[in-house]
Design a protein around this ligand. Structure first.
Ligand SMILES: [Zn+2]
Ligand SMILES: [Zn+2]
Length: 243
């Protein structure tokens, strides 16, 4: 499986950057995990967007979903010009009234995911667990031929993030806060907490993401490294991870 980071900012995208968006390619399948502000523009640097089979959304906050609405228009336009003939599948949980908005005419089809779902795209299997966030949010575990990518989505500390990242080859984990704010801002993790989870879960590599603005990201990484001895990367636009 090949993962390309499209965007890695929380809240809003920095200049020429994007919010959460990760392209996962497995065999012939191309799946986009989260689709926040800026993702639709930047992803075109890496893939023909009309080849994307599905979008999987962790939750409904704008920094994870806002570009879905323009993506729906893109799909409609691509159908009109004969550039695409397969509807885009958009997977998300149903605990939000916006679920129905993910359907768009015959071009986009909303499909429910929850803790009981296993999605299969060829050799790629994806399972989910509820995280600890302001609104219901799903963490994901993507497995292909024994290789595992775990993705936190947005979450504060919880048992499920440790379960879903157990022994992952790559753990893509949000790090929205410096340690001094851990627990003071709910529903997000500090660099140190991300490191502690990576350590508890025995992951092989930690990739920090969902970055805050106006703070030193090297400090976030340092705080993670105080809790976790393995390899740590900071996500960045265009970063490719091959499992
Ligand atoms: Zn977010
Ligand atoms: Zn959120």
């Amino acid at each position: 499986m090949k993962i390309t980071v499209i965007g890695c900012y929380g809240g809003f995208p920095s200049k020429n950057e994007a919010c959460s968006g990760y392209l996962v390619e497995s065999g012939e399948y191309k799946v986009l995990i989260d689709c926040g502000s800026g993702v639709l523009s930047l992803i075109q640097n890496y893939v023909d967007i009309n080849k994307i089979d599905a979008i999987i959304l962790s939750h409904y906050h704008g920094d994870h979903i806002s570009d879905v609405y323009c993506f729906q228009y893109e799909i409609a336009i691509a159908f009109a010009f004969g550039l695409r003939n397969k509807p885009l599948e958009i997977y998300a949980h149903k605990l939000n009234g916006k679920f129905q908005e993910l359907n768009y005419k015959n071009f986009c089809v909303a499909k429910e995911i929850n803790e009981n779902t296993t999605l299969n795209f060829g050799e790629l299997n994806i399972t989910f667990k509820w995280m600890n966030h302001e609104e219901p949010s799903l963490g994901m575990r993507l497995e292909e031929n024994g290789k595992v990518l775990a993705y936190s989505g947005d979450t504060g500390w919880c048992d499920n993030i440790i379960k879903i990242s157990q022994n992952a080859d790559v753990f893509l984990c949000e790090a929205s806060l410096l340690n001094e704010y851990a627990g003071k801002i709910q529903g997000h993790l500090s660099g140190g907490q991300a490191g502690k989870i990576a350590s508890n879960s025995g992951v092989k590599e930690l990739v920090l993401t969902h970055f805050p603005h106006f703070i030193d990201l090297n400090q976030l990484e340092k705080e993670a490294a105080q809790e976790y001895n393995g390899s740590i990367l900071k996500a960045k636009k265009g970063l490719v991870l091959e499992l």
